[in-house]
Ligand binder design. Structure first.
Ligand code: ADP
Ligand code: ZN
Length: 218
């Protein structure tokens, strides 16, 4: 499958992307995961991105586009990809359209995860993430706790609260989402590519997305 996942921080993009990827082998491409790995590695990109990320602001479009142009041409994307956290601005969406045209790739679907604000706020404050850049499994202290020692059940690394998950940064990220990313819903709706999914169960959302993809193929 070749899809875009849109949705507020905490809407479940990462969880849904991982489930879809387990299901058919399409690769999850999370710009947030890639950026966090770059920050950990102290690469030039990571150094430039860090201050934006820590305050919950968006990393400049030019940096993101350069990173994604390379990422989408890697062989693992040929079979299919799930874009998680990208595009996030109208500029990124327009640039992505040009890039896909150049690479002769056609998207199957744009998925909008439409989850109520109170659910999102609750999830973000209880969310924890595996600190291993190559894993980044998502946990929740209420619904999906790490091991009793606070370690990742998949890789054994410590499970931590992200630096941009202080209350202040969370509210800033939600504002940024409303201002810069919400307009993409209209952008893709106009193109007739958008479908809304409002289940708060990730598993159910995944089933609904698979159904939508199948009916699109007919
Ligand atoms: P969430 O969706 O929970 O906010 P992500 O892991 O997708 O978190 O992103 C974390 C941070 O990485 C964002 O707050 C932003 O600083 C940066 N980022 C991720 N994707 C993009 C993007 N497409 N454009 C600009 N910045 C991005
Ligand atoms: Zn892990």
């Amino acid at each position: 499958m070749k899809i875009i996942l849109l949705g507020a921080p905490g809407a479940g993009k990462g969880t849904v992307a991982k489930l879809l990827s387990d299901d058919d082998g399409s690769v999850q491409v999370s710009t947030g995961d890639i950026l966090r790995a770059e920050v950990k590695a102290r690469s030039p990109l990571g150094k430039e991105a860090k201050s934006y990320m820590d305050r919950g602001d968006l990393v400049p479009d030019a940096l993101i586009m350069k990173m994604m142009e390379e990422r989408l041409q890697k062989p693992d994307c040929r079979k299919g990809f799930i874009l998680d956290g990208f595009p996030r601005t109208i500029t990124q969406a327009e640039e992505l359209q040009k890039l896909l045209k150049k690479l002769k790739i056609r998207l199957d679907l744009v998925v909008n995860l439409d989850v109520p604000r109170d659910v999102i706020l609750d999830r973000l404050s209880t969310r924890r993430t595996c600190a291993n850049p190559g894993c980044q499994e998502i946990y929740n202290i209420k619904s999906k706790p790490p091991t009793a020692e606070g370690k990742c059940a998949k890789c054994g690394s410590p499970v931590v609260q992200r630096e941009d998950e202080t209350e202040e940064a969370i509210l800033f990220r939600l504002d940024t989402y409303n201002q810069k990313t919400v307009p993409l819903i209209g952008y893709y709706d106009k193109e007739g590519r958008l479908r809304n999914f409002s289940s708060i169960s990730s598993q159910q959302t995944v089933e609904e997305i698979k159904k939508a993809l199948k009916s699109g193929q007919r």
